[in-house]
Design a protein around this ligand. Structure first.
Ligand code: SAM
Length: 315
């Protein structure tokens, strides 16, 4: 298997001869996610012929061009998360003047957890043409290798870093029936696996896919419990994608939470406060936690408290 360090032997211009490049257009192009050999002929032609190349990191762009053995003839500009909105209009002015603007990120598909969306949106607003030279992306690579259903899936990107946000996000996915794809970094895999275990239990099937397309590509398949243990025993290094099986119809029927009104929650809390001899505020806190809303957030405690006061007053 080829990795990043191995240059493709090609003579500039020869490889992609005859591949047409559109003029007066923004072209998003996917770049390899680890294996230089995954570069498409269109990417090579675009690197050679685009008037402007907007790259997430210009050094990485030149490094890719070197490995591909191609010369970037156009003007290279930096286009990263922090400046892409400001950059969009000036790049689109060039497109309006007939230029080919190639947009690439460090690896994979632009716009997928990478810059690119700002210029696509602005091009649409300005009625300017935008097209794509598709190619490698870790989402589809991992999905195809996981062995889980591919007929319906959703891409969830990175789970939030803050524990409470992460828990809420995962709770909101509890009844998700589609296969779910998450991106992850090795230094956060421990806490993410703990969160998956807490949210979905140990028995769901999943796959941990690392270093895709590279020499040390590895796909670990198993239950959440098994993969969690594997991460402890043999911590995975490199870039990671997690693929998680969706809920079965039975899971959803069993778990589907009824959305209760503030008054219904207040009644439950009052019953609990009475039967367990706890303060109404504590009973409300417990009841609210047991009845998350479909988006994974919890009902508003103050509203439930108000409802409980109204019930008491009208009793
Ligand atoms: N635009 C990219 C794409 O289309 O896949 C994603 C960029 S995102 C900033 C980087 C994340 O993608 C990594 O943290 C990892 O989760 C995933 N990723 C990228 N390359 C990968 C690879 N070769 N193997 C596994 N995961 C990869």
């Amino acid at each position: 298997m080829q990795d990043d360090a191995t240059p493709i032997q090609s003579r500039d211009g020869e490889v992609a001869a005859g591949i047409p490049v559109p003029h007066g257009c923004v072209v998003l192009a996917a770049t390899p996610i680890g294996n230089t050999g995954d570069a498409s002929l269109r990417l090579i032609a675009l690197l050679q012929q685009a008037d402007i190349v907007a790259a997430e990191d210009t050094r990485r762009l030149y490094d890719l061009a070197r490995r591909l053995g191609v010369h970037v003839n156009g003007r290279v500009v930096a286009n990263h998360d922090h400046n892409e909105r400001q950059k969009a209009d000036s790049l689109l002015d060039e497109v309006e003047g007939g230029a080919t603007v190639l947009l690439v990120s460090d690896a994979g598909m632009p716009t997928i957890n990478d810059p690119g969306l700002a210029i696509v949106r602005r091009a649409i607003e300005r009625g300017l043409p935008v097209t794509c030279a598709p190619g490698p992306s870790a989402v589809l690579d991992a999905l195809a290798l996981a062995g889980l259903p591919t007929d319906r899936f959703c891409y969830e990107g990175f789970v939030p870093r803050k524990a409470s946000d992460r828990e809420q996000r995962l709770r909101s996915l509890h009844n998700e029936m589609r296969t779910m794809v998450f991106y992850e970094a090795p230094h956060r895999i421990d806490e993410t696996m703990d969160a998956l275990l807490a949210a979905f239990g140990p028995d769901r099937q999943m796959a941990l896919c690392r270093e895709l397309t590279k020499d040390y590509e590895q796909v670990r398949r198993g239950t959440i419990g098994q993969i969690r243990q594997g991460v402890i025993d043999d911590p995975p290094r490199g870039e990671i994608v997690l693929v998680l099986a969706g809920a079965s119809a039975e899971d959803v029927n069993e778990a589907s939470p009824e959305v209760l009104t503030a008054e219904q929650l207040a009644r439950l809390a009052q019953e609990r406060a009475k039967s367990e001899g706890v303060r109404i505020k504590d009973a409300i806190a417990e009841v609210v936690k047991e009845h998350p809303l479909p988006d994974g957030s919890f009902p508003n405690r103050k509203e439930v408290y108000q409802a409980s006061l109204s019930l008491r007053d009208s009793a």
